[in-house]
Design a protein around this ligand. Structure first.
Ligand code: AP5
Length: 215
């Protein structure tokens, strides 16, 4: 099956997409992770998107569409995939539909994870990530054993450039304005399921799995 995970920043898309990916054995494709990797390597693409990401703005549709076209044509997507953070605008959604049609694929299910803005701010301002291996920590729910140090690889933990409170607030506004319209786009296609993302992550996963078994 081919999935899209939709939801505000911090809703838990990445967390749930990773869990489902492991469960179903299909790739988890996060555009945010792909772009952060380019930033880390200092590639021309990374330089092009740096300022947008630091401000919590979306990178231009054309840039992301080129990256995704290549990624979706890779071999590991043959048996299904989970898209996390893409599409994020109507232009991206329409182009994705056209691209998938060309390669004889379609989106089967769009999982919208719902959380309140208060939860988003609380989660994201407490998040730290490892600069070396990318592991995710949260000072509220999953603190590292030693402050500032990754349990897994000993790397240094840092706040994401877009997890400052002013940038989180902008990301929420960008979501409401540019990404929320996708909910009705996919509802009209009969593909949208809405999941309560406020619960513990294992309970959220269970709710997602239950929704899939309902067909
Ligand atoms: P991206 O990386 O996609 O950021 P985002 O959507 O803002 O997603 P987050 O990673 O912040 O949140 P999430 O919903 O994945 O939650 P997570 O599971 O991580 O994009 C970053 C930037 O890249 C964009 O702003 C834009 O500039 C650019 N970009 C990316 N895609 C683009 C596109 N298609 N078009 C244009 N630009 C694009 O969880 C968050 C925290 O909460 C973690 O600490 C986690 O441990 C914790 N948590 C998760 N679930 C729970 C739970 N159930 N209970 C308690 N804590 C939880």
């Amino acid at each position: 099956m081919n999935f899209i995970f939709l939801g505000a920043p911090g809703a838990g898309k990445g967390t749930q997409a990773a869990l489902l990916s492991e469960k179903l054995g299909i790739p988890h494709i996060s555009t945010g992770e792909m772009l952060r990797e380019e930033l880390k390597k200092g590639t021309p693409l990374g330089e092009k998107v740096r300022a947008f990401m630091a401000k919590g703005e979306l990178v231009p549709d054309q840039v992301i569409l080129e990256v995704m076209k290549e990624r979706l044509e890779e071999k590991d997507c043959k048996g299904g995939f989970i898209l996390d953070g893409f599409p994020r605008t109507l232009v991206q959604a329409e182009n994705l539909d056209a691209l998938l049609e060309e390669i004889n694929k379609r989106i089967d299910r769009v999982v919208k994870i719902k959380v309140s803005n208060d939860t988003v701010i609380k989660r994201l301002s407490a998040r730290l990530v490892c600069l070396q291996c990318g592991a995710d920590y949260n000072l509220e729910t999953r603190p590292p054993r030693q402050a500032g140090i990754c349990d897994l690889c000993g790397g240094v933990l840092e706040q994401r450039i877009d997890d400052r409170e002013d940038v989180i607030l902008n990301r929420l506004q960008v979501y409401e304005k540019q990404t929320q319209p996708l909910e009705s786009y996919y509802r009209k296609q009969g593909k949208l399921v809405e999941i309560n993302g406020e619960k513990d992550k294992d309970l959220v996963l269970q709710e997602i799995l239950n929704s899939l078994s309902k067909g």
